[in-house]
Design a protein around this ligand. Structure first.
Ligand SMILES: Nc1nc2c(ncn2[C@@H]2O[C@H](COP(=O)(O)OP(=O)(O)O)[C@@H](O)[C@H]2O)c(=O)[nH]1
Ligand SMILES: [Mg+2]
Length: 164
């Protein structure tokens, strides 16, 4: 089996659920408690996609991941980006187009998925309204709490990274 290793970075504002998505994916755990990650947390997950074993190195940066204070090393060598917004907090998606442009500039030709998280907190009609407010349609909607689409988003970015 072919082995491929790729760095995946979690991006997006503070408290959108980046750490929760990684925790749910890797440890099948969810916590209501907010523990702001200190520095960068790096987790590894290997999955099989077709005839490839993909080793994903997941980088999860703490704090306000905006353009100014994200260290260059965070982007360096990234093979994929999951940009996470909180569907319940407009402040996390008000500038999403600009944020994504900035990342795409830094990482040309690197696949990026826009993830709308905390779907569990919205009714279907509220969700429709929120989706109308977001300038770019999210690729996937997730709930780190309920586990909805959590595995899926890591698989989808994996598929894009290995060019399947
Ligand atoms: N209801 C709900 N709460 C979530 C979800 N994802 C994260 N949270 C909560 O949101 C807060 C921030 O999550 P965290 O993963 O630390 O955000 P980060 O700063 O982006 O890493 C925590 O209190 C989590 O329990 C979700 O999908 N649904
Ligand atoms: Mg975090």
């Amino acid at each position: 089996m072919k082995q491929v290793t790729k760095k995946v970075i979690l991006a997006g504002s503070m408290s959108v659920g980046k750490t929760s998505l990684v925790n749910k994916y890797i440890y099948h755990k969810f916590s209501e408690q907010y523990i702001s990650t200190i520095g960068v947390r790096i987790d590894k997950k290997s999955i099989e996609l077709g005839d490839t074993q993909l080793n994903m190195i997941l980088w999860d940066l703490a704090g306000e991941n905006n353009q100014i204070n994200t260290p260059q090393s965070y982007f360096l060598g990234a093979g994929g980006v999951l940009y996470v917004i909180d569907l319940n907090n407009p402040a996390t998606f008000i500038a999403v187009a600009e944020e994504i442009d900035f990342i795409k500039n830094k990482l040309p030709n690197v696949p990026l998925l826009l993830i709308g998280n905390k779907k569990d907190l919205l009714s279907p009609s509220e969700l429709d309204k929120v989706l109308d407010m977001i300038s770019i349609t999210p690729d996937y909607l997730t709930s780190a709490k309920e586990g909805e689409n959590v595995e899926l988003i890591f698989e989808k970015i994996g598929i894009k990274m290995i060019g399947l």
